[in-house]
Design a protein around this ligand. Structure first.
Ligand code: HPA
Length: 247
């Protein structure tokens, strides 16, 4: 059987991969416990592609309780080496308004209390992986080229700030993140990117902007509702099938 060409991890509002055919579900046991749900492996554009819904297919796992180690180690064990993470985010700076797709190139981690490494077990080697470029430059280039080929607008670069959630941020927190240099805010970017690096996976993020982060939009006191988030994710995701096919 040919190797898995790409694994896709879906975020909030993205629980199935459109266009994936001849799908088989795999849920391999891992030493880290249960995955968020089945890994669905099928064919897309003639290649083997895997899909995993990060929050479970019924969106039942909150960001701080996602078993990031189990998810990534299972994808790795199934043979995936390139992972595209789809992350639903809020936009902080001007180019990252609702319904924008972006491929960030930097990341700041504000999460706490999450297991963020594979090297905790007694006797395991301690790794200090390089995270200067948190996302694989090679995979980012391919994602950007695929978007261009598919005619899908995709912002090149930006800094993703990973917050703890599941609550949204205060306006002061977003103002601080803007001062720190963040363009996007989401709850699942870390420890996923760091764990992927520890496993040697080629990992990149495709961020889907669902809303202006708190106080970041034109209407400073605008409430962020789940209905708006889901409507914007659905609209922004319309270009994803052709982008993934090109990739
Ligand atoms: N903040 C954090 N995570 C998010 C947001 C947000 O505004 N929107 C979608 N995911």
């Amino acid at each position: 059987m040919d190797p898995i060409a790409l694994a896709v991890i879906g975020g909030t509002g993205l629980y199935r991969l459109a266009g994936l055919e001849d799908v088989e579900a795999h849920q391999p046991p891992t030493r880290y416990g249960a995955l968020s749900g089945p890994v669905r492996i099928g064919r897309l554009a003639g290649r083997r592609v895997a899909f995993l819904a990060r929050h479970g297919e019924g969106h039942s796992v909150p960001p701080h309780l996602v078993n990031y180690r189990a998810n990534l180690s299972a994808l790795h064990a199934l043979g995936a080496r390139r992972v595209l993470a789809l992350n639903t985010v809020g936009g902080i700076t001007g180019n990252y308004g609702p319904r924008v797709l972006a491929c960030p190139d930097q990341l700041i981690d504000y999460t706490w209390g999450r297991i963020s490494t594979f090297c905790e077990e007694p006797g395991s080697e301690v790794l200090h992986v390089d995270m200067g470029d948190p996302y694989s430059p090679a995979l980012r280039r391919e994602v950007l080229a695929a978007a261009l080929a598919a005619g899908v607008a995709l912002v090149d670069g930006g800094c993703y700030g990973a917050t703890q959630g599941p609550r949204l941020e205060t306006r002061a927190e977003i103002a601080r993140m803007r001062r720190d240099g963040c363009d996007l805010v989401g709850m699942t970017g870390m420890p996923e990117a760091g764990l992927a690096r520890e496993l040697g996976l080629d990992y990149a993020c495709l961020a889907i902007v669902a809303n202006w982060a708190a106080g970041a939009g034109p209407q400073v006191d605008e409430l962020i509702t789940l209905d708006d988030v889901l409507a914007n994710v659905a609209a922004a995701s319309s270009g994803l099938p052709v982008l993934l096919e090109a990739l």
